[in-house]
Design a protein around this ligand. Structure first.
Ligand code: 5RP
Length: 214
């Protein structure tokens, strides 16, 4: 089955989790692009926060209400895609360079739902792990990260430099802690299982709830 169908099936299943009156976090990417029309079609009275300019513009064009994230202290549900999903629900995100905002939204919400096509389910996480870096001290940060490549994309909307960590992942807990401790790293794309409430995978024409192993 083609990936677009699987993304749509997962996104439509997630849209059904949203209820009238909820505050909803919207992720970024081609899977979330299927979520937005499915959500708009439900005609619910909801208020949203978007993780990228692209999502914000698409959501508004569909008639969804989007608030300034600076004014929202809590969300009921957030729905977002992922680049890699391990059996224990460690994620790699940030293929679309929105991982800093996506991590803030994942931390803001009571329920973080991940949607993806079946190709995103992996046995173990692999590099690259997306990074957002401060411009200030960039050469020093790159030297200390060592295994890193700058990505040829525009700055993030928050002014960050987008790069990818290309070294070994090994245990994601240790890499999560190390990347998080490097001065100059604004955020990285490893998301811990504790952030994730559920994972919905499109497999052929069905939406499958992925059980968390370990
Ligand atoms: C953007 C992300 C996306 O959720 C991730 O890259 C998956 O994208 P897609 O749904 O296009 O496969 O983390 O920063």
């Amino acid at each position: 089955m083609d990936a677009e169908t699987e993304k749509r099936v997962a996104a439509e299943a997630a849209a059904l989790l949203v209820e009238d009156g909820m505050r909803v976090g919207l992720g970024t990417g081609s899977t979330v692009a299927h979520l937005l029309p499915a959500l708009a079609a439900r005609g619910l009275g909801i208020r949203c926060v978007a993780t990228s300019v692209q999502t914000e513009e698409a959501a508004r064009a569909l008639g969804l209400e989007v608030d300034d994230a600076a004014t929202v202290d809590r969300l009921d549900i957030a729905i977002d895609g992922a680049d890699q999903i391990a059996p224990d629900w460690w994620l790699v995100k940030g293929g679309g360079a929105a991982h800093t905002r996506e991590k803030v939204v994942a931390a803001t919400t009571d329920r973080f739902v991940v949607i993806a096509d079946s190709s995103k389910v992996v046995e173990r996480l692999r590099a690259p792990v997306p990074l957002e870096l401060m411009e200030y001290g960039l050469s020093s940060t790159l030297r200390r990260l060592h295994d890193v490549e700058l990505r040829d994309v525009p700055r993030s909307p928050d002014g960050g430099v987008i790069a990818d960590y290309t070294g070994a992942i090994g245990g994601p807990e240790a890499l999560d802690a190390w990347l998080g401790s490097v001065p100059g790293v604004v955020a990285h794309g490893l998301f811990a299982p504790s952030m994730v409430s559920e994972v919905i995978i499109g497999r052929d024409e069905s939406a499958e709830r992925l059980a968390r192993l370990i």
